[in-house]
Write a protein that binds this ligand. Sequence first.
Ligand SMILES: [Mn+2]
Length: 345
Amino acid sequence: MATTAQTSAHATPAGQPHAAHQGDLLRIAVGVTGKLPDEQLQQAQQMGCSGVVVASPAIPFDNGWSYDDLARLRERIESFDLRWEAIQHTPLDRFDEIRLGLPGRDREIENYQNTIRNMGRAGIPILAYNWRPNRVYRTGTIAGRGGARVTAFDAELAKDLPLSHGRAYTAEEMWQTYEYFITRVIPVAEEAGVKLALHPDDPPGHDVGGVARIMSSFEGFKRASEIVDSPNWGLLFCIGCWTEMGGTDYALNGIRHFGERGKLFYVHFRDVQGTAGKFRECFPGEGILDVTAVMRALKEVRFTGAIIDDHAPHMVGDEGWAPKSRAYQTGYLMGMLRVLEDLSQ
Ligand SMILES: [Mn+2]
């Protein structure tokens, strides 16, 4: 079979330059699913990505992920000449005790600490997380440009949803659980050489399902940044969420403030139509985001991490990981970056 032959020859020939080996520059990577299918890694390599962000590796999380499992996956990623840029999140059902301050929280924090240590040993530089325990995320999937399937959110439809965790959780409670968590894991992250990257609440600002959403504004992130003073604390800057919060200027302000302080660890790049109360996702350049201004701002603040596309709208024939949409969006980002680099020569 052709695919077998391609897979066996997937390594870049020795001596051939590859994006993954160009040092720590601003670069385009791509997100892959936790099982790391060959097709996704091979497509990432074909697109010329620097590396991959793994959603949540599909390996046992007993006392946290083990070094052996992580090291094995890293070898697999590197056999495709890709670097392992980051992990998007630990298993969500093992994080709720921590985020809600439930019994079992200390045990799960220990497991999280083990994970950070093992990631450091295995050379995986970034672990992302978010502070949004309920799974209310969108209120529907609708037809976008040319019938592409895109997700949408309408606060009107979400306001009467039942409590997601048995009772309401106030903003102050959520701040307390955040402080409890972050002050216990950051010292471990510093020792292990792993950066912890905080993603905004998505959708931002609406306390759907009764749990307050505190990471939904510039002020929220500023407050979070003041709890621990550490180079290992920073942001997974989701441009889509920041745009939902207040449009392009709002997102640019976030990039400048946190970028100038070295707090942008990696970036989700997506465009959106509408704002936090009612929005739909769309292809890059099709929404309210000034995509070039954002890319330029990332360069201006000397951001040197990975950018990946986010929530690919499904194109005709796309299923699951949406390979066509990934290719389109990743190519779009690469082209935009290349032009900006050439213009700034
Ligand atoms: Mn995102």
